[in-house]
Ligand binder design. Structure first.
Ligand code: GDP
Ligand code: IMO
Ligand code: MG
Length: 427
């Protein structure tokens, strides 16, 4: 049976966690394929808000199996906190959460290297979440990393110490001042590893998923971050260090491209970005401020304020094409209620020409967004549950997007709660 993918199409925080939770009842397995604790996926139901960083967003459904794939990087200390946060909720983690032995581990010194690298960059910093993501993927591709399977070996502490010492030498050579106590960091890491070993099951996840496919189990691959943060196709160097696009699901889970079924692309009805880097449709005025306030645009991982702006259809179309999106899901339409006029970017003026694709650089000195204006809606959408209740101008906004990107929007989300989800009839 084919594996379906769910991906963010912008700069992350599109609402992936919410939609995975909504869709999980249709699936037997939810598998995260890349990223790590830089992600913050929010789920809301029964009046409680949950934020997951490494654990797949199907964890609250008793029948679903959740897999942390080989493409994910795991910080045992954060993973332990996440597991502990689940303890009040009667979840049998031992039976519903499996971790790939090939997933790489984030060491405390990876976090220090991340901080040192950002300090050394000064004003050119990436705006990393400082979770050690870049240095861990560097060790992975540099063939120096430590994997989950290594901590099952009797000599795992020696393997750990060798890499930690190498990192400490690198940090010394970077000439930046960092305040840390390595013994405390080591001990927290050792404790967390022991906790992880005693609470979750490690597996050869590619073999597990291959058998599951043969047995016709329904599998949903959950992405982290968004396409514009992809290491190859994002706004480099202001990106994360993994492939956040559809191809990342193949390498991050061991799934063949011809086994991919639906590709669900999630986007916000406007745009946000947290951290540094170009953002052509960013708003610095009251409109942007209103989007941030009404949409509670603060990072689920770092608490930082998210930058806000109009929907960029040129960038959205690019993401749809790169991922082969088959269905779109539009989030946070409720946040736009009350704007008389809505703008969407439909072209870029780039180096003196009008273009309709994402160029090599989104540098603001070379690129100006061109907008089309659409009418807004006054109605509060948050209590609506059926397509028939949606205002005409909202439907026009949706139809304009579908027409521009040539892909249907199957879900519109009108609030953070699981129940605030409207399925559109596409027949
Ligand atoms: P993710 O990283 O893609 O899972 O998204 P985040 O959880 O980081 O950010 C999305 C935020 O928007 C969370 O606070 C969600 O609870 C919230 N959210 C999701 N969908 C909607 C929606 O349709 N309307 C509103 N107002 N909030 C939403
Ligand atoms: P979810 O899965 C939004 C951003 C950071 C920074 C850049 C690099 O919740 O959508 P990193 O820590 O990866 O080195 O940071 O990427 N970033 C995210 N922005 N949502 C995320 O994840 C993000 N993960 C990383 O802010 O600009
Ligand atoms: Mg998030």
């Amino acid at each position: 049976m084919a594996i379906d993918l769910l991906l963010g199409l912008q700069w992350g925080d599109e609402g992936k966690g919410k939609i995975v939770d909504v869709l999980t009842k249709k699936y037997d397995i939810i598998a995260r394929f890349q990223g790590g604790p830089n992600a913050g996926h929010t789920l809301e139901f029964e009046g409680i808000k949950h934020v997951l960083h490494t654990i797949p967003s199907g964890i609250f459904h008793p029948k679903a199996m959740n897999i942390v794939g080989n493409g994910v990087v795991i910080d045992p200390v954060i993973f332990r906190e996440e597991l502990e946060n689940l303890s009040p909720f009667d979840i049998n983690v031992r039976d519903s959460l499996l971790v790939s032995r090939k997933a790489h581990l984030i060491l405390p010194t990876h976090r220090l290297l991340d901080a040192a690298s950002e300090k050394a960059k000064g004003s050119a910093k990436i705006g990393s979440t400082l979770k050690g993501i870049g240095p861990t993927y560097m060790d992975k591709t540099g063939r120096n990393g430590i994997r989950v399977g290594d901590i099952e070996l009797p000599q795992w502490k020696e393997i750990y110490s060798a890499l930690r010492d190498k990192h400490l030498t690198m940090i010394k050579n970077m000439n930046v001042v960092l305040d840390f106590n390595i013994t405390d960091l080591d001990n927290a890491f050792y404790d967390a590893i022991n906790y992880m070993k005693s609470s979750v099951t490690f597996i050869d996840s590619e073999a597990y998923l291959s058998t599951a496919q043969k047995n016709n189990q329904r599998i949903l691959a959950e992405g982290a971050q968004g396409s514009l943060l992809d290491i190859d196709f994002g706004t480099y160097p202001f990106v994360t260090s993994s492939n956040t696009t559809a191809a990342g699901a193949c390498t991050g889970l061991g799934v063949a491209p011809n086994k991919i079924g639906e590709v669900y692309g999630i986007f916000k009805a406007y745009t946000t970005r947290v951290g540094s880097g170009p953002f052509p449709t960013e708003l610095f005025d009251e409109t942007g401020e209103t989007m941030g306030r009404v949409g509670h645009e603060f990072g689920a991982t770092t608490g930082r304020a998210r930058r806000c702006g109009w929907l960029d259809l040129v960038a959205l179309k690019y993401a749809v094409e790169i991922n082969g999106v088959t269905q779109l899901m539009m989030m946070k339409g409720d946040v736009l209620s009350g704007f008389e006029e809505l703008k969407v970017c439909t072209a870029y003026e780039y180096r003196g020409k009008t273009i309709h694709h994402l160029p090599y650089s989104l540098n603001e000195k070379e690129l100006t967004p061109q907008y089309t204006s659409l009418s807004g809606w006054e109605e509060d959408l948050t209590k609506m549950r059926d397509e028939s209740e949606l205002p005409a101008t909202f439907n026009d906004y949706v139809a304009f997007i579908e027409d521009y990107v040539q892909t249907p929007i199957s879900i519109v989300s009108v609030g953070p709660d699981r129940s605030q989800t409207i399925f559109r009839d596409l027949t």
